[in-house]
Design a binder for this molecule. Structure first.
Ligand code: G4P
Length: 529
């Protein structure tokens, strides 16, 4: 197969949702269709289960399985599909944001009863900012839920999307009869039998004919006709160009658990979803079909075995062909590296591959060379953009509890930060280290891993910080900036890239500071240029 055909047949995407909406179930059903797994229950949920054990042990359990679910690849109708896994737990939102830099599109799963939930709002906002094409799947139609039109309204309002339904439910919950597929003009009748992998599809050539009444009964047929008329009147017609630009979002309805509406979603997805897209680097836009290999690290996974400190760096291939045992330039280190055993991922296993194409993810064994955001090329100096840090929600001083192990502690902190577990800020005033995290859980994880993987002990001390703001002065030499640095000295720190950060202790003080220093901008993300 030619290089171009290999690119064109790849679809790399992520499934995002609020926990419990059905992401794992949908993923599993997609894999079943692709023949990548044989039975339901084969995909382990990476979510943090509540109750049974402490949350912290759950994180370790999750870490153990998350390598195997990081990338789930399979073939369907000649298309190579790569699903990138995203953790649903809010404490890992940062992980998900980073994974979103490596997808070419997303499917958002929404629970028909719960509607748009908090995590979905945050994740979709990131997708919108990046114009990532989105397909919405409304799940659990076998249960009572919100009215379809109300839900579509809610999605438009809360998520800021412009939707167009490509399927429409016939009834819901107890009365759920099936789905009218607007995309293919047919009806699937719901049998509630989750073992069936293909539903009985009935072509409907003329909605006005009695055929529809015979299929679903007079009342349902009339309601469906009215609803479809409304759909046509209210929503724009589907247009692939708008979808690909992130300006229009098709919506499907179904029940992942019952395997219902999933094939329709998948069939439409492979037809409309984008092939690998060009990516912006600081230097230029890079196109997938360029001959020379380039890629970037979007995720680092540490070994679970503390005796083997090697890690797996996940690289998204942006352009060209990645080949085993070929020297590539690690741009940040200006050093050539060769990889003898790059991994490719499949549904249930990973294997060493000789060659990979744009859209694919390779896992590279790493002994500490990589950090998230690093770029690999054949020699060109390129730095891929777009893996920003967001202001953490929690801040604590980290102290060394064993003075003989300070070297180990520093190395451990360094490597855990490269993995993206948390963010490190070093205070300008006294060099003290502050760890910022999205969730409080990460502190326990860091403490545990420092001890078990690096032999270092730490303690924490509370610190009253509301937000970390990246400081962006209009003019570094003006008096205003000098005054700001002098007055706020106690609150200034450096992130790992040595960027200046203002640790505001309350939203009020941030507001006052902004007013007092109008030529300085304060950003809640590290990427603002
Ligand atoms: P997540 O990955 O988004 O967190 O959700 P997950 O797929 O684990 O699904 C959350 C719960 O919702 C699961 O039930 C799952 O069986 C159920 N579910 C998923 N899709 C549907 C659907 O279409 N209809 C109905 N009725 N339920 C659905 P659970 O009881 O929490 O877990 P389990 O014990 O069944 O695994």
């Amino acid at each position: 197969m030619s290089f171009l055909s290999e690119i064109n047949r790849r679809r790399t995407f992520g499934i995002i949702s609020h926990p419990d909406a059905g992401k794992t179930t949908l993923t599993e059903k997609l894999l079943l269709f692709g023949g990548a797994i044989n039975e339901a229950g084969a995909v382990k949920s990476n979510k943090i289960k509540k109750g049974a054990t402490s949350d912290f042990m759950e994180i370790e359990r999750q870490r153990g399985i998350s390598v195997s679910t990081s990338v789930l690849a399979f073939e369907y109708n000649g298309i190579k599909i790569n699903i990138l896994d995203t953790p649903g737990h809010k404490d890992f939102a940062e992980d998900t944001f980073r994974t979103l830099t490596a997808v070419d599109s997303v499917i958002v799963v929404i629970d028909v009863a719960k509607g748009v939930e908090e995590q979905t709002e945050k994740l979709v906002e990131v997708c919108r900012m990046r114009n990532i094409p989105i397909i919405v799947f409304i799940n659990k139609l076998d249960r009572e839920g919100k009215d379809a039109f109300d839900l579509l309204d809610e999605i438009e309002q809360k998520l800021g999307l412009k939707v167009t339904p490509l399927s429409f439910p016939i009834g819901m919950g107890y009365d759920f009869k099936g789905i009218y597929n607007i995309w293919e003009n047919n009806i699937n009748l719901f049998s509630g039998d989750s073992r069936k992998d293909i539903e009985d599809t009935i072509e409907v050539t003329n909605l006005a004919s009695d055929e529809l009444n015979t299929l679903i009964g007079d009342t349902a047929a009339n309601t469906l006709r009215e609803e479809l008329e409304l759909v046509e009147g209210i929503y724009p017609k589907f247009n692939q160009e708008d979808y690909l630009k992130g300006g229009l979002q098709p919506v499907f309805f179904g029940s992942a658990l019952n395997n219902f509406g999933v094939r329709e979603l998948l069939d439409c997805f492979i037809e409309i979803a984008p092939k690998p897209r060009p990516k912006q680097s600081e230097e230029r836009l890079v196109k997938p079909e360029e001959e020379k290999f380039t890629g970037f690290v979007f995720k680092i996974h540490a070994n679970m075995d503390p005796n083997h400190r090697n890690r797996l760096a996940f690289v998204k291939i942006v352009s060209g062909v990645f080949k085993r045992n070929t020297p590539y330039l690690h741009v940040r280190h200006n050093k050539k590296l060769k990889f003898s055993s790059p991994n490719a991922f499949f549904a249930e296993k990973k294997e060493i591959v000789d060659i990979s194409y744009p859209g694919d993810i390779v896992g590279l064994q790493d002994t500490g060379n990589f950090k998230i955001g690093d770029t690999l090329t054949e020699g060109e100096i390129l730095n891929y953009k777009g893996i920003p840090s967001f202001s953490p929600e929690h801040f604590r001083y980290i102290n060394n509890a064993d003075p003989l192990k300070s070297k180990q502690l520093n190395k451990g902190i360094d490597q855990l930060m490269d993995e993206g577990v948390a963010q490190l800020f070093t205070l300008d005033l006294n060099g003290r280290k502050v760890i910022g995290t999205v969730g409080a859980l990460q502190y326990e994880v860091i403490q545990y891993r420092l001890e078990h993987e690096y032999g270092a002990k730490c303690t924490y001390e509370n610190l009253n910080v509301h937000k970390a703001c990246w400081v962006d002065p209009e003019d570094e030499k003006n008096d205003e900036f000098k005054d700001f640095k002098r007055v706020k000295q106690r609150f200034l720190a450096r992130d790992k890239q040595n960027q200046l950060v203002f640790l505001a202790d309350s939203s009020f003080s941030l507001q006052l500071t902004e007013q007092k220093y109008p030529t300085i901008k304060f950003h809640l993300t590290s990427e603002f240029n």
